[in-house]
Ligand binder design. Structure first.
Ligand code: PLZ
Length: 462
């Protein structure tokens, strides 16, 4: 039981005004089947207009969203346990984000920072340099998407080291552009048929406690990865090691303690840059501002996106000043990178994360959810593992009594949650991980309601 000081706030019972909009009523309420008739009409229009390669996981069309609720155009109120894939950490249409965007969008929408610059870009870089792990001198550069940030981190690492090889891990996800597809591990749906892929990308084994033998602790898993790199790539050819401190799309894989520090130390000893991809884990999601903070790992370079700007497209590369500044002037950029409206949103989102202690809120979400999930796992052998940190949590679904992945059961559970009005996402190399990524502003009552729906869905299984 949580004491009063540390419990999550309850959801406001009625509508609450924000900067310009109204927070939707913070209760789950279904008024039609899911998806409802108006959403189904739009789904039909979608199939005649949108390329079918662009899928939709839960085709309820959204009318508004805020707090822990997504409201669809049929009037259904769904509990948001996805945050648009870890983006709306501060909640949808968060007041400081709305205010910043409205003020900025009325003054100017774009000049291109590379042509005639503006303060917002500089201010976001200052915030990133101050907040990311390590108190060394840092510089940042802004881009539009996570994949673009990862691409640029690799460009910078190659330039700064004069080396070409990039080391990534099993189960990694880094994006869908050509270079980042090469870095992403999973073929379907991300890579299949889209090759050839960029070269000089090498994959090392990840620490995956649920699937590793018990004797493979963090140090042993790091030694295994390092041996792979040393024999198959060579330290002196390696520009950077790029790793998600907790893997996202690959299955919310939390490496064993000691794995990340050992890798970082090997990098330091070998002139290899340690690049943390914190695109999914960043901005308080895991209960620390960045997941690397948990073990005191200080990356040379860190990529951020998603939670940085409360839903507007913005991404960043932040790194040691001497690494970042190794690139010639004009070597980094793009038309929209660090767009002024996105920067205003980011300044609002970052201020909200700090002022409202959303890292603390993320820890409390974990404190509420983990015991519920663990109890459920004790009761239901389909749950092979419960893991995660803060508000980045998952259950791995297996064939009972084994560690064999059961993606069909995971999909069934997720679909059952959807039909009861709870937005859940799956992930994992084997597609068998059900993940929870609630907005960090979710009320405890909504969170518990969502977890209850999930528990019922799991219990309905064989
Ligand atoms: N690095 C760690 O999680 C994006 C992908 C959704 P973009 N993850 C969600 C999908 O199916 O496309 C992600 C990530 C990590 C990089 C990225 C890429 O970020 O903003 O989607 O390009």
């Amino acid at each position: 039981m949580l004491d009063a000081d540390t419990s999550l706030p309850q959801s406001p019972s009625g509508s609450q005004p924000t900067a310009s909009s109204t927070l939707p009523d913070q209760h789950r309420r279904l008024v039609t089947e899911i998806p409802g008739p108006r959403s189904r009409e739009l789904a039909a229009r979608k199939s005649g207009a949108v390329a079918s390669g662009v899928g939709t996981m839960l085709p309820v069309y959204v009318e508004r969203a805020g707090g822990g609720i997504v409201v669809d155009i049929d009037g259904n109120h769904l509990i948001d346990l996805g945050s648009g894939i870890a983006v709306t950490n501060v909640g949808n249409a968060a007041p400081a984000v709305v205010a910043g965007v409205q003020e900025q969008v009325a003054r100017f929408t774009h000049t291109c920072f590379m042509i005639t610059p503006y303060e917002g870009y500089v201010a976001v870089c200052e915030r990133l340099n101050a907040l990311t792990p390590g108190d060394h001198d840092k510089r940042s550069a802004l881009f539009n998407s996570g994949a673009e940030a990862v691409e640029n981190a690799v460009k910078i690492a190659r330039h700064a080291t004069g080396r070409e090889a990039v080391v990534v891990f099993d189960h990694a996800y880094h994006g869908r552009t050509n270079l980042t597809m090469a870095m992403t591990a999973k073929s379907m749906p991300y890579k299949s048929g889209f090759g050839p892929f960029a070269g000089e990308v090498y994959r090392a084994p990840m620490s995956y406690p649920f699937r590793d033998a018990p004797e493979v602790d963090g140090a042993a898993a790091a030694a295994r990865a390092i041996a792979t790199v040393e024999t198959q790539v060579g330290a002196k050819n390696t520009a950077c090691v790029v790793i998600e401190p907790i893997q996202g799309e690959g299955g919310f894989v939390v490496p064993a303690p000691g794995f990340l520090p050992a890798l970082a130390q090997w990098c330091r000893e070998n002139g290899v840059l340690f690049v943390a991809d914190e695109i999914q884990t960043g901005f308080a999601r895991t209960g620390d501002l960045f997941a690397c903070d948990h073990e005191g790992v200080v990356p040379d370079v860190i990529t951020t996106a998603k939670g940085i700007a409360g839903g507007l497209p913005l991404a960043a590369v932040t790194g040691r000043a001497e690494v970042m500044d190794a690139v010639h002037t004009g070597g980094l950029g793009g038309t929209y990178g660090g767009n002024p409206v996105a920067c205003a949103a980011a300044l609002g989102a970052i201020a909200t994360v700090e002022q409202d202690d959303l890292a603390g809120a993320a820890r409390r979400i974990g404190d509420v959810a983990l015991p519920v999930l663990r109890e459920l796992a004790g009761e239901r052998p389909a749950i092979g593992d419960v893991r995660g940190r803060g508000a980045m949590l998952a259950i791995e679904i297996v064939q009972p009594g084994t560690t064999l992945p059961d993606p069909r059961e995971a999909a069934r559970i997720s679909a059952a949650c959807h039909s009861e009005g709870v937005v859940t996402l799956t992930c994992g190399t084997y597609g068998n991980v059900l993940r929870l990524l609630p907005p960090l502003v979710i009320g405890e009552d909504l969170l518990r309601d969502g977890l209850g729906v999930l528990a019922d869905a799991v219990r309905a299984g064989a």
